[in-house]
Structures are given as structure tokens and as C-alpha cells.
Design a binder for this molecule. Sequence first.
Ligand code: SF4
Length: 228
Amino acid sequence: MKELHGVMAEVISLLRFQAQLGVDGYPKEILSALPKGARPLEEIEKDALRCEQCRLCETRNKVVFGAGDPNANLMLVGEAPGAEEDKQGVPFVGRAGVLLTKILKSIQFEREEVYIANVLKCRPPENRDPIPAEVEACEPFLIEQIATIKPKIICALGAHAARTLLKLGPSTSIGSLRGIIHNYQGVPLIATYHPAYLLRSPDKKRDTWEDVKFLRRLYERTMEQENS
Ligand code: SF4
């Protein structure tokens, strides 16, 4: 696994380097050479649980790998575990998690039928923003999770998750990414505010409601196409 993790980290570095050079799109010939969906989630999780690829392993209590239906059609990706997640080893279980569950319910999704993960699997101290080296080290786990789950739609929660998945620069705001169907390796991706941000900025809840209604419509359309 260490070798695979290293290969994927190198691929991600290459993607970032190409983005810095202004090269458009993903080098698909490289990505398609990787064993997509080759490993069950349990195997990937085992590697994450013993991972020491970045310094967050020194301060974490628990690795927060992900939770939900491994065959989910909808996958939500957040930024990193917070204090409660770090205690329990489960994503989105604190106040932000309660809000996320309510948001999902408002568009007729139960938590158990979606899959929820973060870009970082270990909590940054004091909930500080992830640093690029941590994202680079941890992203291969997320890439493998997505490749295994094969969601039909991805929803990025917050700017960090959206920028990581879409390979965008640090100045891209979440506001500029909302209301657009983005493309993550052929999977439609939409972006909205992180529930933790909504707790601090409740005035953004109305925008989030618009985003999740948009997500529900996109989900229904995508599933209709899948089933036709
Ligand atoms: S954050 Fe990710 S890369 Fe860093 S130690 Fe945790 S699992 Fe490993």
C-alpha cells in the first residue's frame, strides 16, 4: 500500500504542477493507469488507520476515514475532522454534523444512504486550515474512496474540499463555485458551504437551501438517466 500511496501522491503533485503551469484538464492517461476501484473500502481504511504520512498523525486521537453506504450514489466531501469527530472516529458528528443531517433530510436523504468523507482523515490542531503538504499526503485516500464507491454525484462541502477535488487555486471562493455543475473525473460535482461555516454565518443558510435543492434535482435527473 505504501507504494500505491506514494504513486498517487506523485500523481497529485504532477497535477498541481501542471495546474501551476496553466495546463488545462487532467492527464487522464496517467490517472487511468491507476487501479481504479481495485480495493475494497475496508482495505483502504486499514491503511488510513495506521497512516503516518503527515504530522497530523502525532496529534490525532482517531483517524476519521469515512462513513455511510459504500455503494452510495451521493458522496459528500468535507474538509477535515473536528474535535468530536477526532474523539469518535466518525465524520460530521458534532454540531456541524447535526446540521448536515438536517440538511440531508430536508432533501429526502438519510445519512445512511450517502457516503461522507473528508479530504483530511486526521484533525488539524485547533481546527486550523489544512496545509498543502497535508492535503497532498492525504488526498490519495480520498481518490481511492471515490474510485471504489463510484458515486453518481459528489457534493463538496466548503472551499477546501471543492478546491482540492477540482484542483483550483487557494483564492477560489466557495461563492464562485456554487450553482454550477463541475466535473470530477466524469462525475458531476456541486459545491456548497460547509455546515461548520453555516453555524458561524447563518445568513448563508438560504443560499445553502438553494444549493441542496439544486443537488436534489441533479440527483433525480442523473438517476433517471442511469435507469433509462
Ligand atoms: S491526515 Fe491523512 S496523510 Fe496525514 S496522517 Fe492522517 S491519514 Fe495520514
